[in-house]
Design a protein around this ligand. Structure first.
Ligand SMILES: [Zn+2]
Length: 125
């Protein structure tokens, strides 16, 4: 499946949604097991900050982790060109999740999944 072109719209196109969902298969937050059917497509660099609606800037996040990324202070998300998502907690711990849809079998590169305690302790809701 060829990567669909970017769009000027905020909303991803149907081909972008299919491609990103096929790449990610589920929420890309390290350690999260929620399936793509429950996930939002997130602009890793916010659309309001100039982030394009392009598969290179979109990833699947479940509603919980989408809210965490959007509203919790101190978290950092970066999507590499190869689809690796780097998530850094407010404490400076970085985890990488690789998209299973491009053939990487191990979801974590730099350690184990983030514990719920890491996540819950900084969530404002
Ligand atoms: Zn999630």
């Amino acid at each position: 499946m060829q990567r669909p072109p970017p769009t000027e719209s905020y909303q991803p196109t149907a081909p972008q949604r299919r491609w990103t969902t096929a790449r990610d298969r589920g929420c890309r937050h390290p350690g999260c097991q929620n399936r793509a059917g429950w996930a939002d497509l997130d602009h890793v660099v916010a659309h309001a900050d100039g982030g394009p609606t392009d598969c290179a800037n979109l990833c699947c996040l479940c509603r919980r982790h989408h809210r965490l990324k959007t509203h919790a202070p101190g978290w950092s998300f970066h999507l590499d060109a190869d689809g690796a998502l780097l998530v850094t907690t407010p404490n400076g711990v970085t985890r990488v999740s690789r998209p299973p849809g491009i053939g990487f079998l191990e979801p974590f590169e730099l350690g184990g999944p983030l514990s719920d305690a890491d996540i819950v302790s900084v969530m404002p809701f």
